[in-house]
Design a binder for this molecule. Structure first.
Ligand code: G3P
Length: 215
């Protein structure tokens, strides 16, 4: 399973890129808005220079024509830009039209397996089920990944990648991999947490203490 960073913060991307684990980056309008004053195009193109992999840029139109127009514009910024459209029938139309032009789409805000099946049928490059937001409703978000994985794997025509989104803690990353996700997109804080373990810290302290105490 690949790891993407779910952020538009360039400092976080610069830092995580040095760890050698990033295969892509996802953004959304909320994450872009969090970087006050940053220009959208400049942010996306800079991210694409920092990470060699798919970079998701989200459309804000509600109708397919607008999504396609935005998608064509964003895709021209860099060959690695992927167009995010919502899990709606207008989104499906946009995926179909953009795919015909060779532009890859990430269908986002997916909350059930039928949406995922339809996005795949329309030719989505990536489907983004929101695990954490499903958990928030009291339903097991990871079950959604398991269902989509089973549906996709039994149909050889489907090439759509499952991207586990709305990741809230390191255990979500592990469970996503076990449930059949191809990618997990993680906030920077969660990727940092993922490498922390008190026994690692204690082991380092012990090794250093022993090293210093040698004859
Ligand atoms: O980028 C989509 C998704 O990962 C957002 O997560 O934390 O806003 O539910 P969150």
């Amino acid at each position: 399973m690949q790891l993407y960073l779910d952020t538009a913060n360039l400092d976080e991307i610069r830092e995580a890129a040095t760890w050698g684990v990033l295969s892509g980056v996802t953004t959304n309008p909320t994450l872009i808005a969090r970087e006050k004053g940053a220009d959208f195009k400049a942010t996306i193109t800079e991210i694409a220079e920092l990470v060699d992999g798919p970079i998701s840029a989200e459309t804000i139109s509600l109708d397919a024509a607008g999504m396609v127009q935005e998608g064509i514009e964003y895709a021209a910024w860099h060959p690695n830009v992927i167009i995010k459209v919502p899990s709606t029938t207008e989104g499906l139309k946009a995926v179909t039209q953009l795919a015909r032009r060779g532009i890859r789409c990430n269908v986002t805000l997916c909350f059930n397996a039928v949406q995922a099946l339809m996005a795949a049928r329309a030719g989505a490059f990536i489907i983004s089920p929101f695990v954490g937001r499903v958990d928030d409703t009291g339903v097991d978000g990871m079950q959604l990944i398991r269902e989509i994985s089973q549906i996709y794997r039994q149909d050889p025509e489907i090439k759509t990648k499952i991207l586990s989104a709305s990741i809230r803690h390191p255990r979500h990353i592990v469970e996503s991999a076990l449930a059949g996700a191809d990618i997990a997109t993680c906030p920077f804080k969660v990727l940092q947490q993922a490498m922390r373990h008190p026994l690692t810290d204690r082991g380092i302290e012990q090794f250093l203490a022993d090293w210093r105490s040698r004859t």
